[in-house]
Design a protein around this ligand. Structure first.
Ligand SMILES: *Cc1c(COP(=O)(O)O)cnc(C)c1O
Length: 351
């Protein structure tokens, strides 16, 4: 079959499992255990489906305006997309067109190398230090761009703000993408630096801290020029990325600061409780500033714990990658779910 030699062959990203079984304790994809802001449910009930005849607003203005208001930036500094995966993919396509390699850590969000392969962008994965921290010096080498998830996934480790700024400042000729998917759970954002550095793109999402993974809403902040370039690529690819409900419901969700802070604080409190319990069972982990904990146990292989949890209808995430194969990434659920997890682990570890 000669056409096969002209196929763009790629190894796709593997998303976490979305099981159909009910009553499972699902701690594998860092979803929020709480529902979205109450206004979302209300508005959804009153939506007029006959509006769906029409195309949605290609400029996504209700959502862009709501995000700009909340973060106190100009709407010209905001880009929105179908989850931050879409935003990141657009950013890779827009900004990484050099022959020099794009740099990102060896252990990080496993979609970065997939996009690099898809778009045929040269890249180099830089090993994290033994404790999973980033050595900023490693990013002072020639490159065609930089991507840093901060706090990092799946490690949960935060790179301090000054170090993030140093990487941005030392690379004025490259776009630096800071993926802040988990920033709301205790990290320190660099959004305010978009006025200071024209090479900075900050990417965030509604999927974790705003409880709307199913709606697919992501967004980015950058200087006006950066956003304009991304927007040009978007309009060369698909004018109508965001659907009507996502635009309206996203705008309502971002406007409810009180609900957001309340649920975020609950997740953070549960995480801190879980850290104590896991430590008591002998688990080892770097301090997490996210809605998950990346932990291993000195006496039990990661695979075994994973399988035993699964038998008890508790799903966490694990990767068959040498450096991290003993680790489990455990998303933070409700207090009740975490208590069940800890009870199961206790049994498995034999503590
Ligand atoms: C979850 C996640 C994303 C993607 O989230 P979307 O649901 O596409 O918004 C991006 N980056 C990191 C590091 C993530 O963990």
């Amino acid at each position: 079959m000669s056409w096969e030699s002209n196929v763009r062959k790629v190894v796709p990203y593997t998303p976490g499992e979305q099981p159909k079984i009910k009553n499972i304790i699902k701690l594998n994809t860092n979803e929020n255990p709480y529902p979205p802001a109450p206004a979302v449910a209300e508005r959804l009930k009153s939506m007029d489906v006959s509006d769906f005849r029409k195309y949605p607003d290609p400029t996504c203005s209700v959502l862009v305006d709501a995000i700009a208001d909340y973060y106190k930036v100009d709407k010209k500094n905001v880009f929105v997309g179908v989850g931050s995966d879409d935003v990141l993919a657009m950013a890779f396509m827009t900004f990484f067109n050099s022959d020099k390699p794009v740099l990102f850590p060896d252990i990080t969000y496993s979609f970065y190398d997939v996009w690099a392969e898809l778009f045929r962008i040269p890249y180099r994965q830089i090993p994290l230090k033994e404790d999973f921290s980033i050595d900023t010096e490693d990013y002072l080498t020639e490159n065609g761009g930089i991507v840093i998830a901060n706090p990092n996934a799946p490690t949960g480790v935060e790179l301090e703000r000054d170090s993030v700024e140093k990487i941005i400042a030392m690379n004025p000729d490259s776009v630096v993408i800071v993926d802040e998917a988990y920033i709301d759970f205790g990290g320190h954002s660099v959004i305010d630096l978009i006025d200071k550095y024209d090479n900075l793109l900050v990417v965030q999402t509604f999927s974790k801290s705003r409880s709307m993974a199913g709606m697919r809403i992501g967004y980015a902040f950058g200087c006006e020029k950066l956003i304009k370039y991304m927007s040009d690529v978007k309009f060369s690819f698909n004018s109508y990325t965001m659907n009507m409900p996502a635009l309206e419901l996203g705008a309502l969700a971002v406007a409810d600061k009180e609900y957001f802070e309340k649920t975020r604080d609950k997740v953070v409190a549960t995480r801190e409780r879980a850290k104590v319990s896991l430590r008591e069972l002998g688990f080892e982990f770097a301090d997490s500033k996210t809605n998950f904990i990346f932990a291993k146990h000195p006496n039990k292989p990661g695979k075994e714990i994973f399988d035993e949890l699964r038998k008890r209808d508790i799903i966490v995430r694990r990767w068959d990658i040498d450096r991290i194969k003993e680790y489990l990434r455990i998303s933070i659920g409700t207090d009740e779910e975490m208590d069940k997890l800890v009870a199961a682990l206790k049994e498995i570890i034999g503590a």
